[in-house]
Ligand binder design. Structure first.
Ligand code: ADP
Ligand code: ASP
Ligand code: MG
Length: 417
């Protein structure tokens, strides 16, 4: 008998019939003698639909009201799923994030969990009930409702698993594991039997939607056994763990891409000490995350530099750069939105010369130009124009010997996106 956290994403509960199938799966675990805590997302496209509706009423809705709105999607799901479990003759209790004891920092739309008080969950589990917790939501000390960011239900699940010391946290989704790249883009992507926390964290941060980055961070920190698998099949999934065995000769484990990239260029900046400190200090104090930064050589006492931010932050970043023009004189500030970041990830990269050259070569062969580059020990990212990204991902997948014919992609229907 184990204590298991099962998490079901939006497409896994997108229809009444799927909700019933998920309830069956939970009841089967209970019948096998396991104690089960479940985390569930909003049904299908609900979150996107709520966002669309809000934007029709107000293009810049207050963040507090947005969190109030979006948490209703998950609340619908937990109530319906509990009812479906009851219908199968098992007891279940649904809980909102705050009823489940999730406390967060006072930040809307991307709050971090500060504390979990799982007493109520543990009591219900002891009473033999399935506990069904609403994903990606919590409450501040002041009683304000917060959310964890898109895809954040994974983080609810992992944090819950850590808090109740579950034996395993299973993330059920619409693909049957973590693949070498998005299997919806590359049909002969290979399913990974296992992947290390560090590699998964890089992939998730670099755009692989299959797991929320904070969920991986949390799993690593609290040593949660994490499995990603399909809610549509019973295939074995991917285990995310501390050390993962690397196949012989495989240097790059996975490829990810992120469309949420904007580049801001500041041209003709006076080359005096403190310029970067002033610009990035101002951006940081406004809570804007900067990713890649590149500074060109100095000519006639002037330099150009460029940095990337998420698209949603581009307008504010430009506003901030303009607001400090008297302190940091420059000729011009420009922005580009139609960009994407393509990245390769692998723990074996650090000791393998030639990995970067191969990436540049594969991109060059497609006639695509690379606008920016950034590296870490286990990652290499290039900023390119958004349009050819799928071709680039496929070419890189082939170039690093990742294509497979053995494990064709088995996934659920693609409902969202
Ligand atoms: P859920 O609603 O279950 O949380 P998500 O849409 O958030 O599901 O995540 C699953 C999706 O992640 C898949 O449908 C797939 O298109 C995408 N994905 C991106 N990169 C990968 C990868 N490397 N392996 C598996 N899936 C990936
Ligand atoms: N419903 C939220 C979203 O669509 C959270 C989640 O599904 O993880 O982003
Ligand atoms: Mg998700």
């Amino acid at each position: 008998m184990s204590l298991i956290v099962m998490k079901f994403g939006g497409s896994s509960v997108g229809t009444i019939e799927r909700m019933q199938r998920v309830a069956r799966r939970i009841a089967d675990y209970m019948e096998a003698g396991h104690r089960v805590a479940v985390v569930v997302s909003a049904m299908g496209d609900t979150t996107d639909d709520l966002i669309d509706q809000s934007k029709q009423l107000n293009p810049n809705p207050p963040a507090r009201e947005m969190d109030m709105l979006l948490t209703t999607g998950e609340q619908m799901s937990v109530a319906l799923l509990s009812m479906a479990i009851h219908q199968l003759g098992r007891e279940a209790v649904s809980l909102t994030g705050w009823q489940a004891g999730f406390r967060t920092e006072p930040v809307h739309s991307k709050a971090r969990i500060t504390d979990i008080r799982p007493d109520r969950i543990l009591r219900a589990l002891d009473e033999g009930k399935a506990v069904v917790v609403a994903g990606f939501q919590g409450m501040t000390e002041d009683g304000e409702i917060t959310t964890f960011g898109r895809g954040g239900s994974d983080t609810t699940a992992v944090a819950l698993a850590a808090a109740i010391q579950a034996d395993v946290c299973e993330i059920f989704t619409d693909v049957d594991g973590v693949y070498s790249t998005d299997p919806r883009i590359v049909k002969n992507a290979r399913k990974l039997a296992e992947i290390s926390y560090d590699e998964m964290l890089e992939l998730a941060n670099l755009g692989a939607a299959v797991l929320h980055p904070r969920a991986v961070e949390y799993a690593k920190h609290h040593n949660v056994k994490l499995i990603v698998r399909s809610s549509f099949t019973h295939n074995e999934g991917t285990t995310v763990k501390e050390e993962a065995v690397m196949e012989q000769g495989v240097v790059v484990r996975g490829i990810a891409y992120d469309k949420d990239v904007a580049r801001i260029s500041i041209l003709g900046v006076e080359d005096v000490p403190g310029v970067l400190a002033k610009v990035f200090g101002a951006l940081a104090s406004s809570g804007i995350d900067v990713d890649i930064i590149v500074q060109s050589g100095v000519q006639d006492g002037k330099a150009d530099f460029a940095f990337t931010v998420s698209r949603g932050d581009a307008a504010s970043a430009i506003g901030i750069v303009e607001s400090i023009r008297s302190e940091v004189p420059y000729r011009e500030v420009t922005s580009e939105q139609d960009l994407v970041k393509v990245s390769i990830v692998g723990a074996g990269m650090v000791s393998n010369p030639g990995v970067a050259a191969k990436m540049f070569e594969a991109i060059y062969k497609l006639g695509v130009s690379i606008k920016m580059v950034s590296t870490s020990e286990i990652r290499l990212s290039c900023i390119i124009a958004a349009e050819p990204v799928q071709e680039v991902v496929r070419a890189l997948h082939t170039a690093y010997g990742l294509d497979t014919t053995e494990q064709a992609f088995v996934g659920g229907p693609q409902e969202r996106r």
